[in-house]
Design a protein around this ligand. Structure first.
Ligand SMILES: Nc1ncnc2c1ncn2[C@@H]1O[C@H](COP(=O)(O)OP(=O)(O)OP(=O)(O)O)[C@@H](O)[C@H]1O
Length: 332
């Protein structure tokens, strides 16, 4: 991988919020949404950017796209200062907001793509080639004539991903790309993103509340809290810092005493022939599964992941983070 493609050096974003505190009285509150964050992302990396609600994730993404101007620090994407050269940068980045669509609600999907073709001034041959490839990969061929408002959430999300990639961006910002999708649609979106990254080397910054998005896509994860970067490393490391656990749900042929599992795995619940075992999230489930399969009459099993909020909360707790949500300072 070559040198930094995304660079943040002590970036800050402070919002001034005026609040009415009484008749003719207003108070100015200063919200430090992003508080001196520094990191770099190399070209071709897929990085998870996670944190509790209000942590500053969207504010960071908005600064990276140039929608918001930092209050301090230095920020570059592909060598470009996003807030100064937003239009130039727009040709090199793609953005997908899971909760909002960039498509035209009343128009057939294909018409939205035609408009983007013109907006981004994509050469005709390239547009045609990209459209054909993306529509095939994301299985949207039968839906191109359907107005966006008639699409299911999963179809609309895939439609938005195509829209974000028609102009061959080098970096893709994804904000909750699998939110509300069923298991099959989530799988399709993840598989597509993996292929996109492997084949085109697209750099991806992913914000999500779904731990499996991170697990299946990102070799690196950054955790932000109260506007500050609290962790930057592999997901397994995040589990280790917080001592997170996964749960192995085991269905036996009949009701039996609690399974004698090798420590630190242990049975945490028994209900008839079903038993629940907790084990460290950073460890592989394979040895535990093999041992149970060899020694017990096993019918079925599944692994439950901890939810992302729980992992982050444990990690922050173990780091002794007890500060209040984004630092606010009354100035008047
Ligand atoms: N335009 C704004 N004006 C004032 N305060 C803002 C503005 N945008 C964000 N904030 C505040 O900045 C902080 C960080 O918000 P941000 O939306 O970046 O968080 P987030 O991590 O994306 O949260 P979520 O997961 O809930 O989307 C919050 O306290 C929020 O209220």
């Amino acid at each position: 991988m070559d040198s930094a493609f995304i660079e943040l050096d002590r970036v800050e974003k402070v919002f001034d919020v005026h609040r009415k505190t009484g008749f003719m009285r207003r108070e100015l509150r200063r919200v430090r949404a992003v508080d001196s964050i520094s990191f770099t992302v190399a070209r071709g990396e897929m990085v998870g950017y996670i944190g509790p609600n209000g942590a500053g994730k969207s504010t960071t993404i908005k600064m990276l796209t140039g929608i918001l101007t930092p209050s301090g620090g230095r920020l570059r994407v592909a060598g470009i200062d996003p807030s100064r050269e937003r239009t130039r940068l727009a040709h090199r980045i793609g953005v997908v907001f899971g909760q909002r669509t960039t498509l035209w609600w009343d128009l057939p999907l294909l018409d939205s793509y035609r408009l983007m073709h013109r907006m981004y001034r994509i050469p005709d041959a390239r547009y045609r080639e990209n459209l054909d490839r993306l529509v095939e990969l994301l299985e949207l061929g039968d839906l191109l004539d359907v107005p966006v408002r008639q699409l299911s959430l999963g179809q609309r999300m895939r439609g938005d991903i195509v829209a974000a990639l028609l102009h061959d961006p080098e970096v893709l910002y994804l904000d909750e790309p699998t939110i509300g999708l069923d298991v099959v649609s989530k799988g399709k979106v993840r598989e597509f993103l993996r292929e996109l990254n492997a084949e085109h080397g697209t750099t991806v910054l992913l914000t999500t509340h779904d731990l499996q998005d991170i697990e299946q896509l990102c070799s690196r994860v950054m955790v932000i809290d109260h506007g500050r970067l609290m962790y930057d490393g592999p997901l397994t490391g995040l589990h280790e810092v917080g001592d997170s656990e996964r749960i192995l749900v085991v269905d036996l042929e009949r009701e039996l005493p609690p399974i004698e599992a090798p420590a630190p795995a242990r049975v945490v619940k028994v209900d008839g022939p079903r038993q629940w075992l907790a084990f460290p999230a950073a460890a592989s489930a394979a040895p535990l599964v093999a041992r149970i399969a060899a020694e017990y009459p096993l019918v079925d099993l599944s692994v439950r992941e901890p939810d992302i909020e729980a992992v982050i909360a444990k990690m922050l707790h173990s780091l002794g983070d007890t500060t209040d949500p984004p630092s606010e300072r009354a100035t008047a």
